[in-house]
Design a protein around this ligand. Sequence first.
Ligand code: BGC
Length: 361
Amino acid sequence: MKKVGLVLLMLLVAMSGMFASGAKESSDAGQMTVGVCMPTQSSERWINDAANMKKQLEALGYKVDVQFAEDDVQAQVSQVENLVAKKVDCLVVAAVDSSALVNALAQAKESGIPVIAYDRLLMDTDAVSYYATFDNKGVGTKIAEYIETTKNLKTAKAEGRSYTIEFFMGSPDDNNALFLYNGVMEVLKPYLDNGVLVTKSGRTSFNDTCILRWSQETAQQWAENYLSAFYATEKLDIACTAFDGFAYGLRSALEGAGYTLGSDWPLVTGQDAELMATKNIISGYQTMSIYKDTRLLAGKAVSMVEAVLKGAQPEINDTTQYNNNKLVVPSYLCEPIAVDKSNFKEIIVDGGYYTAAQLGM
Ligand code: BGC
């Protein structure tokens, strides 16, 4: 009897040890906090990015501290500094200005806080471990290839066709913007050179077409100026824009200048496949966008967080392209997809990104 009692007692002690260690593990995960710094809530994509990161990290037991900088560079510097002071366990940062966080990130490194660059590369710093993004040059290539295919540019010269085009490119302080521009020009430059594409404003260089902080208002203002100064007689055929926000600005400018759907409305490109942009694709005010599944991107960033905190191995598919002037940052590039009227349902609705009801279908 005594022996049975002893065995039982030992069993109980062993079991309580198991439970205790199980509880410890989960409370450890629960105690880890990930700081997530996003650039702005003025564009829907970053709100989705933050929500997806939060959801996926919380599902793994992390606490999440999300900060939005509302495109204010100094505000983001302070947010990163505060998160470092709070001793978060890891930082995930989508920068407002890719080069402005060098000192704040150095503080993170000194405090032993690993940093993941989210969507936008963090420049001039050795404090960054990994980079999760989309193929940014590929975004540009896909926008340009869409224009090339839709307007049949390959045969235009021989057939004596030409088109007017204006460019609205991304922010000069966002490393993604130049990648995108280079992707666009890789496809379209030959057509600008042989006269199939004509830019009446004369603005084709990155410096002449980049729009600081991806401002919708600036894009609209530029479009209004171009339309009244250069397109009074000959119409604008193509607005090659790098962002859905720009496409909204274009819509207002085009409506203001008297363009109408179904007659002289130009081909308008965009990026992000925001809800409003997708609705505009359905109605025709925007021709296409680049769908970036932020659930996928968040998943890749989360696997990088797990890697730096738990020594796991994140999936990497690029170790050459993203040199931030200090190191070539090991990256995962998700695939961007061009969407228009013909495939948005299959890609976006069937893919569960927006419901038919959200799109008013
Ligand atoms: C992102 C784009 C986005 C743009 C403006 C870029 O860094 O890669 O998806 O449209 O910022 O927010």
